[in-house]
Write a protein that binds this ligand. Structure first.
Ligand code: SAH
Length: 210
């Protein structure tokens, strides 16, 4: 497949997401701008624009495009908002969010040092100004708080750790899969002065948070 094939496949993917999902045009434009094929291992490039998860090494996966679109839409961020991502993986989701919030506004932490290193290099090469750190999402980027929003691409067993919720400003949002394998739910928390509002957005399947 050459660049033109990838571009055509990406346009088809966006058209299909537009038919199937109730998400903002801004979210679809971001999916339409990020070269997903440049984020997946070479052997999987021909399937980069199929709406399914793909392996990225170290027993981890890149989420299916509809899941990235849905989570990005639920974050409800705009230009200039500062976002914390827990679980960089290959960096694809971070690039999609960076298309919306702009350069320098996405902070992403990845537990596996090799994945953090290759995602940092890949994002830089593709022109995305995303700050990637190797470490644990519970403690990374404390000095950068408060964020306008945060999301997890790995699932904590019981609840989003307080340390992450506390790094989001009042009025901000946290989007995360929560629960054990086979019983995970996608939740959106809205942080209020009086407490946290929790919405359920259906069953999902993510790797566990370590
Ligand atoms: N958003 C990614 C998907 C990555 S899969 C992408 O677009 O490719 C989830 C990632 O979360 C894995 O890479 C895993 O190593 C990472 N992870 C798991 N537990 C973590 C933790 N406690 N802190 C940071 N990252 C974690």
């Amino acid at each position: 497949m050459d660049d033109a094939d990838h571009e055509a496949a990406r346009r088809d993917l966006v058209a299909s997401l537009r038919r199937r999902l109730d998400v903002d045009e801004r979210t679809l434009a971001a999916i339409g701008s990020v070269p997903r094929h440049a984020f997946v291992p070479e052997g999987h490039r021909s399937r980069a624009y199929a709406d399914r998860p793909l392996p990225i090494g170290h027993d981890q996966t890149i989420s299916a495009p509809h899941m990235v679109a849905l989570m990005t839409d639920l974050l409800d961020v705009g230009p200039g908002d500062r976002v914390l991502e827990v679980g960089t993986g290959c960096g694809y989701h971070a690039a999609v969010v960076a298309e919306i919030v702009g350069p320098g506004n996405v902070y992403s932490v990845e537990y596996v040092p090799e994945l953090a290193e290759s995602a940092r290099e890949r994002l830089r090469r593709l022109g995305y100004d995303v700050t990637v750190q190797a470490g644990d999402g519970r403690t990374a980027f404390r000095d950068e708080a408060p964020f306008d929003a945060a999301y997890l691409t790995c699932a904590p067993t019981d609840a989003v750790p307080d340390q992450i919720v506390e790094r989001v400003r009042s009025g901000g949002r946290v989007v995360a899969p929560v629960g054990r394998a086979g019983a995970q739910r996608l939740v959106r928390l809205t942080i209020g002065a009086e407490g946290v509002d929790r919405e359920d957005h259906g069953g999902v399947r993510f790797v566990p948070m370590r």
